[in-house]
Design a protein around this ligand. Structure first.
Ligand SMILES: Cc1cc2nc3c(=O)[nH]c(=O)nc-3n(C[C@H](O)[C@H](O)[C@H](O)COP(=O)(O)OP(=O)(O)OC[C@H]3O[C@@H](n4cnc5c(N)ncnc54)[C@H](O)[C@@H]3O)c2cc1C
Length: 391
């Protein structure tokens, strides 16, 4: 039996931040991971450059059954705090857009930063280690395929279900249930959409076409690109919307956010009445999309042949095109898992389970999910930092 003060299960973003803070408090801390490699999600994040925070972080960028829960942790560990750490390690970074900060070189630099900081405070890693059981007597006893650990605090930092190919598991949810904690229903998110069969027949041909739009869904709206894929819709506006979408909701897409469509169509009818409708639309939309869109809505012929009523309908559709997706793409592609350990079960100060002293949940396993753009790492850092002050 090995003993330590804090056993952290999951050597990802949140787990390592928690270990750094617990280590600073001289807590003997061990980080355990079933993978042989730490921080694998960090390595694949941001296209390999890790969008490690967003300078505009605030609670409105997160989805949770309790939208207030994340505020305390986010206020105590801010984007500026993590930027300070990044600068201290001499990592060069830049703002790509909308407050999103990326490494100039490689996500590996963030993993190295966390590893170094962990080692500096004396933390140990136990990799390739599978947990068989966690028992809670006076202390926690954690039985694994390598050792049995006895510890005062156990921190669950095993993340969500997205990208099982690199080791994501539902372990954190299982442990929460074992200790009687409720779970907010989980779903893949930030993954985009699959079309229904009938829509796919039209739009699969548009694979690769990208349009600047405003996508609205379930009260949220995003002004960014959509990208047609061979199964549905990707691109930042679609990924963001998938965080808010639930079947059978529609997506409402403004295909021409910069255009006063009524004026445009009326002007075109005066100036180019002999032009085919699809060619007129191709002046403001990608040609392939304009063609497919006209076929979908059976808009043949030229502008002079279309009735006033039909023209008004076309204008309305271009500003609020409704798509009813079949579903989101799923965990194999999702950047995050929405839902997770119910925040009502946790202290927002320490992330400790109210019913189980000494048991903590941090990072993506908790029902706090950020929008695309560095928010999920900021939550991982902030919740890890919070638990690290108490575990
Ligand atoms: C492709 C992709 C790109 C992304 N890009 C960004 C981005 O640029 N910016 C951003 O903010 N967010 C991004 N995210 C989301 C972000 O990576 C996660 O929200 C974040 O990593 C969550 O941190 P975590 O520590 O909670 O979990 P993770 O980082 O997933 O760490 C969990 C750890 O637990 C381990 N583990 C899992 N199950 C077990 C088990 N049963 N036993 C032992 N160990 C276990 C895993 O091996 C892993 O090391 C991206 C996600 C993906 C999939």
């Amino acid at each position: 039996m090995k003993s330590c003060d804090v056993l952290i299960i999951g050597a990802g973003a949140a787990g390592m931040m928690c270990a750094i803070e617990a280590g600073k408090r001289k807590r003997k801390t061990i980080l355990l991971d079933h993978s042989e490699k730490i921080g694998r999600k960090i390595l694949i994040s941001g296209g390999g450059r890790c969008n490690f925070t967003n300078i505009n972080t605030n609670a409105d960028s997160f989805v949770s059954q309790n939208p207030h829960f994340c505020k305390s942790a986010l206020a105590r560990y801010t984007p500026q705090d993590f930027i300070g750490l990044v600068k201290k390690h001499g990592i060069k970074f830049h703002e790509k857009k909308l407050g999103q900060l990326f490494c100039n070189n490689s996500a590996q630099e963030i993993v190295d930063l966390l590893t170094e900081e962990c080692e500096k405070v004396g933390n140990r890693f136990q990799l390739g280690c599978k947990v068989n059981a966690i028992k809670n007597n006076d202390q926690f006893v954690v039985d694994t395929n390598k050792e049995t650990y006895e510890c005062e605090s156990v921190v669950i930092a095993t993340g969500g279900l997205s990208i099982p190919q690199i080791g994501a598991t539902g372990f954190g949810y299982d442990i929460a249930r074992q200790f009687g904690l409720s779970i907010v229903e989980t779903a893949p998110a930030l993954d985009g959409f699959n079309f229904k069969k009938e829509d796919l027949a039209h739009f699969a041909a548009l694979t690769g076409v990208s349009i600047d739009t405003i996508v609205s869904c379930n009260g949220a709206a995003f002004r960014e690109n959509i990208l047609f894929t061979h199964t549905g819709l990707s691109g930042p506006a679609s990924l963001q919307s998938s965080l808010y979408w639930k079947k059978p909701m529609p997506l409402q897409i403004d295909l021409l956010p910069n255009v006063n469509v009524v004026d445009f169509l009326n002007r075109m009818r005066k100036e180019k009445s002999k032009n085919l409708i699809k060619n007129v639309l191709a002046e403001v939309l990608p040609k392939r999309f304009a063609e497919e869109f006209c076929e979908y809505y059976k808009l043949a012929g030229n502008l002079s042949e279309i009735s006033d009523k039909r023209l008004a309908e076309l204008g309305a559709t271009l500003k609020a095109w409704q798509i009813f997706p079949d579903g989101t793409v799923g965990y194999k592609k999702a950047e995050v898992t929405r839902g997770g350990v119910n925040t009502n079960e946790l202290s927002s100060q320490s992330m400790e389970a109210k019913k189980v002293p000494g048991l903590y949940f941090i990072g993506e396993v908790v029902d706090v999910t950020g929008q695309l753009g560095g928010y999920n790492f900021q939550w991982a850092w902030a919740s890890g930092f919070a638990a690290g002050q108490y575990a």
